[in-house]
Design a protein. Structure first.
Length: 213
């Protein structure tokens, strides 16, 4: 009598004969890592919408030659509020750089008069920095090193300014700082002569903020 052997039994027998057990395919599973790196949104507010108005200035203040006249500074508060904790820095672009009567990374132009004459320049001083309502420090650097101080000038060009503690950036959601603008009027020689018609100060800076997790 002939005996029938199923293929499955035969395959198992062959596997045993070859020296190894027969296994079904092993199960697999996938591990995933998810999440997101969200760039925080920040809003900037300032006294008088960032306008420093020096009102009507008497031409009699302008000195002859190349002597400069310092005007009374104006200080206004700036606040930057972010949706999440972040480090905050900024760079300054002087939109009237070519009109500065004294060339320096600390001096910003006030516009032109009498053709190519230069009205003068101004400086911006940062003080009273805060992060999340607590006293902080500020820094200015063009080589990524950080030295924290209580008060510092704003610089143009490759310099970055920001909020810091010791030698590191300081993280937070709410950043505050007082910015004092100190203008200096150039002399009549630098202005290409005396003022003969109404002339407006025309200083303008762009603050490019950068933030990171």
């Amino acid at each position: 009598m002939k005996q029938k052997i199923s293929l499955g039994v035969l395959a198992a027998a062959m596997a045993l004969a070859l020296g190894g057990p027969a296994f079904a395919d092993a199960p697999t599973a996938e591990l995933k890592v998810t999440g997101s790196l969200d760039v925080p949104g920040c809003t900037v507010t300032s006294d008088n919408n960032g306008v420093y108005d020096f009102g009507t200035i008497s031409p009699s203040l302008i000195k002859p030659g190349t002597a400069v006249t310092a005007l009374t500074p104006i200080t206004q508060n700036w606040d930057i509020n972010c949706s999440g904790s972040t480090y905050l820095t900024f760079k300054v672009i002087d939109n009237e750089a070519a009109s500065a009567s004294a060339v320096s990374v600390l001096n910003f132009g006030l516009g032109n008069v009498n053709g190519t004459g230069k009205i003068g320049y101004y400086q911006v001083i940062m003080s009273q920095p805060t992060v999340d309502g607590a006293a902080s420090s500020v820094f200015a650097s063009n080589d990524k090193t950080i030295t924290s101080v209580a008060t510092i000038n704003a610089y143009s060009g490759a310099y970055s300014m920001g909020w810091s503690s010791g030698t590191a950036l300081k993280a937070g959601k709410d950043f505050g700082v007082a910015m004092k603008v100190s203008p200096y009027l150039a002399g009549t020689t630098t202005m290409n002569g005396p003022i003969t018609s109404d002339t407006n100060l025309n200083g303008s800076l762009t603050l490019n903020f950068a933030f990171g997790l």
